[in-house]
Ligand binder design. Structure first.
Ligand code: FE2
Length: 387
């Protein structure tokens, strides 16, 4: 059996439930890799049997909520850092939001509340650093569906719970949204388009006139599409969070990468034929009370709750992009790491003051589909602990 010892900060293969190095019996956690593989494959098989891969297509959009008054700044920030361009802003009684179109989906919807509202994400948003800004979060991953009624029936029969009792008919589209996950805090949306123009204005919404930055910088054309997002989840919820994602969408569990010295596992899920990967980063063992320098993943959850830590953009000419952003004053958590020979170059920005999100720029060479190179996985994980 595989054991993790937080005292030795190592993972061991051992027949006894006892650390073979320090002998500690109480601190070890049994790593259930076999259970993860068996149970995730079973969920994928069940999703396949229920026809999920025929019902659900590619990612359509993501929804980010920011604090009141921050929406325009967030849209301007995203425009300055990525190929996203605003296409329209709208308002309802409750929210004000802008839609941003990239070169390839997902589109981004950035919203803020117009009045005090009950927030279904409140519990997950809560952390030591979020008291002043309790509603900011990357909330929802929305996927295209072609038969929303059937999808609704299938998922209700599996115990999936939704924020509404019925499918929302917005005119241009019909929409459903799951109750935020108790494991990851994230929600999944299902959208069925009724028109071809992908207009996110609902039939009871109005156009909003928002003063946004004009013009696009040259270098952002090299920031191509959303490659993956990484959500921080507690060590004990690792298997359930992954299984839940595979229940909600036709994804499969792809692989895990351990960083033993930093109590962190990067777990990757993918959908066949799609570029966008969903990553869950968890502790190996539950939070040990150390600082972000020693266990950045679990400490992040104490500070910010379970949430998306970073959005990774697949970027060509990554050196030019990073140089240009640095010249404009954007700060990075580490230098550009990796090389063409290793298959990847990547780096992380500091978290956004608007969205709390870190941006990763990632250049993949020759179809490399990993998320780190062997030589830099520890360095990158350590960088995520920098505050
Ligand atoms: Fe990443």
């Amino acid at each position: 059996m595989k054991l993790a010892c937080p005292i030795c900060r190592d993972v061991f293969d051992t027949p006894e439930k006892k650390c073979p190095n320090c002998g500690d019996e109480h601190q070890v956690a049994v790593l259930e890799e076999e259970r993860l593989l068996e149970e995730s494959e079973a969920v994928t098989r069940e999703s396949e049997a229920l026809g999920l891969s025929e019902l659900v297509g590619a990612i359509d959009s993501v929804i980010i909520q920011v604090a009141p008054g921050r929406m325009a700044d967030t849209v301007n920030e995203l425009r300055g850092m990525t190929s996203l361009v605003p296409s329209g802003c709208y308002q309802s009684e409750d929210h004000l939001w802008c839609v941003m179109f990239p070169k390839h989906p997902p589109r981004f919807i950035v919203k803020e509340a117009r009045r005090e509202l009950q927030n279904p994400f409140a519990r997950s948003n809560s952390g030591e650093m979020t008291r002043e800004d309790p509603n900011t979060r990357m909330e929802t991953f929305v996927f295209d569906v072609n038969d929303i009624e059937k999808l609704f029936e299938v998922q209700k029969s599996r115990g999936v719970s939704f924020l509404t009792d019925n499918i929302l008919d917005a005119g241009n589209y019909r929409f459903l949204q799951t109750t935020p996950s108790e494991f990851s805090g994230n929600s999944v949306g299902y959208i069925q388009w009724e028109t071809d123009d992908r207009n996110y204005m609902g039939k009871t919404d109005d156009v909003a006139h928002i003063d946004l930055d004009e013009g696009t910088k040259d270098f952002v054309q090299y920031v191509d599409y959303l490659d993956h997002t990484a959500t921080r989840v507690r060590a004990n919820d690792r298997i359930e969070a992954i299984k839940e994602w595979l229940t909600l969408l036709p994804y499969y569990f792809h692989m895990s990468v351990y960083v033993k010295s930093l109590n962190s596992i990067t777990n990757v899920t993918r959908m066949v034929g799609q570029d966008y990967a969903q990553v869950f980063t968890t502790g190996i063992v539950p939070y040990q009370g150390l600082s972000a320098a020693y266990e950045p993943t679990e400490r992040f959850i104490v500070d910010y709750g379970t949430r998306v830590h970073h959005l990774a953009w697949n970027t060509s000419r990554i050196e030019d992009v990073v140089d240009s952003l640095q010249t404009e004053g954007l700060r990075f958590l580490l230098e550009l790491v990796g090389s063409e020979e290793e298959g990847l170059k990547q780096t992380f920005t500091e978290p956004s003051a608007n969205s709390m999100l870190v941006t990763e720029y990632i250049h993949r060479y020759a179809d490399f589909d990993g998320f780190f190179t062997k030589s830099n996985v520890t360095e990158l994980t350590r960088a995520t602990g920098i505050r």
